[in-house]
Design a protein around this ligand. Structure first.
Ligand code: GLA
Length: 682
């Protein structure tokens, strides 16, 4: 975790525990010379610059602009107002403070400067980068695009691109295809990534597996619209440009003396295959992103799939009593508690308890939930408004809209222009009041529609103010914990995870569908933050019937929650749920803080995942569909000590045997059989 400098070649070397990253300043251009296995500064300084591409194209720049021999996607597009649209950098200075490095460049002619920031950590291999554009002059500059930076990969044959794609109810579906020549863009113009994509990608030389091989991966720590463009040139030159801008993002004016900071882009190299990449991303999230990473997430109950919009004091109190008896630790009341919110058609924006449903306010319910020994959580959607609401009637100008154009509704709602400081302040005020008046411990912060009517206003200002309101709430209410939700997993990224404790992964709670969703989520994001509910059967979303035990075992792969109409669960179902929740509490520290091994692909007949933390390991196995003549194979475990003996219950297992022969799962007959095995070193 150091930064070294070779003054003769002007090469900087950033070292992480298992990787090195080297850049060199050549005139005003900062060029990457190495990203991979560890190197010394001498070796890094002697690496030749990447040869130019066709037509003399400059390759390998950390922050490619426009102009000159540059033909790829630019990190910066400026308009100086006199016809000049390109920048021409020269090196000004650099500074280094142990884990951080800043290289400052200035333009040859115009009074603008650029800082390239780098930071590494001693406990994971992620390289953090961001840029700052400064206007040092006395005239405004128009910034048409400002991205976080570009990453260059070493030349290898056969590059492949991995990413996730999806839809509502089917988030995080992993896609792995050959990386085509030209530009492959992962982008969102929806204001957040929504379900269709997520701001990360991985590139490997075509031969990486779950356990072996080189993988380079790039992410953006940002919750707004974004672009990640992987460019592959003819000579297998591959680079990835990452940043918050996309082709419908409006230009910004950078006034005299002002600065623009980009979100962080994150790069990770591993020689340990896709599983190794996941280990590093999870370690990074746990050690440097999540605000309260050492806490265990409480087992929560959420009212959504139990009562939908039909919440009231008596019904919630009755359900809370059952939930407490099952071992639930956090009771979350979802949508329907406020204003005229009897359905999704009205009331959004009117954040006081519905007087028919909660005649004495939320106080009696919150008090009872606390008396039962649980924490209390509440659903809110602060960035949105129903046109049929008092808020909209009072402030029709507060929504994102364009003059003379229809205000596009999605789910009967409009987006508040949260980039406006008065709107953001209004949200901060009512949220603060709600939290002060009601001893609320947890918010499920939802966001149920994409942006339409591309700006201005810019979604960048919106995103910044959402972050700001959340940060201020957390500072003022330090006990407050927050779940990020956007119609399920529509806002899950390292930007929001820095200020929330967990995410709602998908509105699809069917355990079979959920296996692929959770597997895609786990490529980059940690189990500690993955909200997962055991819900009803048949599942309300897709109608599939599954056993209670299977639903719980699938949901135990993350932060376990329960939803459904508990009042209708039979005594036998409640007994089983109580036992499963107790079982989860005994192992959740291993799931949340351990290393995850995906032992099978997510479409296997029986899917198995394993978590290892010190001398403990948890194996979760889910048989999706049994087949005659295809018994389960023993699953060879990973990350164990071959010389140690482990036990599950009373039964001893030599570590070497579990690694070499594997664990026999002994699942009962039938579809949707499942098991949890908790191994402890003797
Ligand atoms: C979104 C969320 C759900 C639920 C509903 C409430 O769809 O993803 O979990 O909170 O809103 O309207």
């Amino acid at each position: 975790m150091t930064v070294e400098f070779d003054p003769d070649s002007r090469t900087f070397l950033l070292s992480t525990p298992r990787t090195s990253y080297a850049v060199r300043v050549v005139d005003g251009s900062v060029r990457q010379v190495h990203w991979g296995a560890p190197l010394g500064i001498g070796a890094a300084a002697s690496i030749p610059l990447r040869p130019d591409g066709g037509d003399g194209e400059v390759l390998g720049e950390e922050f490619p602009g426009e102009g000159g021999l540059r033909f790829g996607p630019p990190a910066l597009v400026v308009d100086f107002g006199d016809g000049a649209r390109s920048v021409s950098w020269r090196y000004e200075s650099h500074s280094s403070d142990g884990p951080g490095l800043t290289i400052t460049l200035v333009d040859d002619h115009y009074p603008v400067a650029l800082e390239l920031h780098y930071r590494v950590h001693g406990d994971c291999d992620v390289v953090e980068r961001w840029a700052v554009l400064l206007n040092r002059g006395d005239a405004p500059v128009t910034v048409e695009a400002l991205q976080s930076g570009a990453w260059t990969l070493p030349r290898r044959a056969g590059y492949r691109l991995s990413r996730v794609a999806g839809e509502w109810g089917a988030e995080f579906q992993l896609s792995r295809v050959p990386l085509p020549h030209g530009e492959s863009t992962v982008t969102s113009r929806r204001g957040t990534h929504r379900h269709q994509t997520n701001p990360w990608l991985m590139v490997d030389p075509g031969d990486a597996t779950e356990e072996h091989g080189e993988v380079w991966t790039v992410a953006l720590a940002y919750s707004g619209g974004f672009t990640l463009t992987a460019s592959r040139g003819y000579g297998d030159h591959v680079s990835v440009l990452a940043g918050p801008d996309h082709d419908t993002a409006p230009p910004r004016t950078l006034g005299p003396g002002e600065r623009l900071d980009t979100p962080m882009t994150l790069g990770l190299y591993t020689g340990g295959g896709f599983g190794g990449a996941s280990h590093q991303w999870h370690a990074y999230a746990r050690r440097h992103v999540l605000p309260a990473p050492t806490e265990e997430r409480p087992v929560l109950y959420n009212s959504w799939e139990g009562t939908w919009f039909d919440v009231d004091e008596a019904g919630q109190i009755e359900t809370a009593r059952i939930a407490a008896d099952l071992g639930v630790e956090l009771y979350v009341m979802d949508d329907g508690w406020f204003g005229a919110r009897l359905s999704d058609r009205a009331g959004l924006g009117d954040w006081s308890p519905n007087p028919d449903r909660f005649p004495s306010g939320l106080g009696p319910l919150v008090k009872e939930v606390h008396r039962l020994g649980m924490r209390f959580g509440l659903w809110v959607e602060p960035e949105m408004v129903n046109p049929d609401s008092d808020l909209y009637r009072a402030h029709p100008d507060w929504v994102v809209h364009q003059p003379h154009r229809r205000r596009t509704e999605v789910r009967h709602q409009l987006t508040l222009d949260f980039g406006r400081s008065d709107v953001a302040e209004w949200a901060y005020e009512w949220l603060s009041r709600l939290l002060t008046d009601n001893a609320i411990d947890f918010l499920k912060w939802d966001m149920n529609r994409p942006f339409t009517e591309p700006g201005p206003p810019s979604t960048a200002a919106h995103t910044r103010n959402v972050y700001d309101v959340v940060d201020r709430l957390r500072a003022r209410f330090p006990h407050l914990r927050i779940e990020s939700c956007a119609s399920g997993g529509g806002r899950v990224d390292f930007g929001i995870l820095r200020r929330t404790d967990q995410v709602w992964t998908s509105d699809n709670t069917d355990p079979v569908d959920r296996i692929a969703i959770q597997s895609g989520y786990s490529q980059v994001y940690p189990a500690a933050a993955m909200g997962a509910w055991a819900s009803e059967s048949p599942n309300p979303i897709n109608g599939r019937a599954t056993p209670l035990r299977f639903r719980f075992h699938v949901a135990m792969a993350g932060a376990l929650g329960v939803s459904g109409n508990l009042r209708e669960w039979s005594p036998a179902e409640r007994d089983e749920a109580r036992a499963l929740i107790a079982e989860y509490k005994r192992v959740r520290h291993v799931i949340a803080h351990g290393e995850l091994y995906r032992l099978t692909p997510p479409d296997a007949q029986t899917v198995v995942v394993q978590y290892v933390l010190g001398g403990e390991s948890v194996v979760l196995a889910w048989r999706v569909r049994g087949r005659i003549g295809r018994p389960e194979l023993p699953v060879r475990l990973r990350g164990l000590d071959p010389d140690a003996t482990y036990e599950a219950g009373e039964r001893p297992y030599p570590g070497g045997l579990l690694l070499a022969h594997g664990l026999d799962l002994d699942l009962p007959r039938g579809d949707h059989a499942s098991t949890l095995v908790h191994l402890r070193r003797r």
